[in-house]
Design a protein around this ligand. Sequence first.
Ligand code: SF4
Length: 183
Amino acid sequence: MTAPVVKPSLLLHVCCAPCATHCIETLLPHYTLTLLFSNSNIAPQAEYVQRLEHVRKLVTLHGLPLIEDAYDHAAWCTIARGLEHEPEQSHRCRACFAHNLARAATFARQHNLAQFTTTLTVSPHKQTPVIFEVGRQHANFLAMDFKKNNGFARSIELSRKHGLYRQEYCGCEFGRKNPKFEI
Ligand code: SF4
């Protein structure tokens, strides 16, 4: 009798439900997944709650565990200080990725999950090399480019299928005031 295949554990940092759809589809055959919602960059809080509600809906569909970090936008704003007027894809976004991925690295260790990765690479508006550079500051980071295989188009298709909320801006109030992209 062959022994059952034990899939390695992986923490998936989820920026929003639509981006998570394609990542879950890609990762589930290979990893035992736990999801993390840690996005104190999102403002206002009502928007944060709405995005979280749809992540809860998605994990329920898949029967996956979800860790919910505390919402602390005031703490997040300290890392954006002085960078408020910069456009998207700027130093502020790098600092934002660093903040959220550092928390993901810590949660993965605390929950004895071998590695972590992030849904942030799905969006064509987010620079994968920057996300990789920031993530690789942590030994337990798994670099995965979810833009591959038409990941963004697939995430739109799946989010429509599941009736998931798709936001109109990246997350923080500074990007919203001065958007560079239509999401
Ligand atoms: S625009 Fe998006 S990635 Fe950039 S700092 Fe704001 S929330 Fe973070």
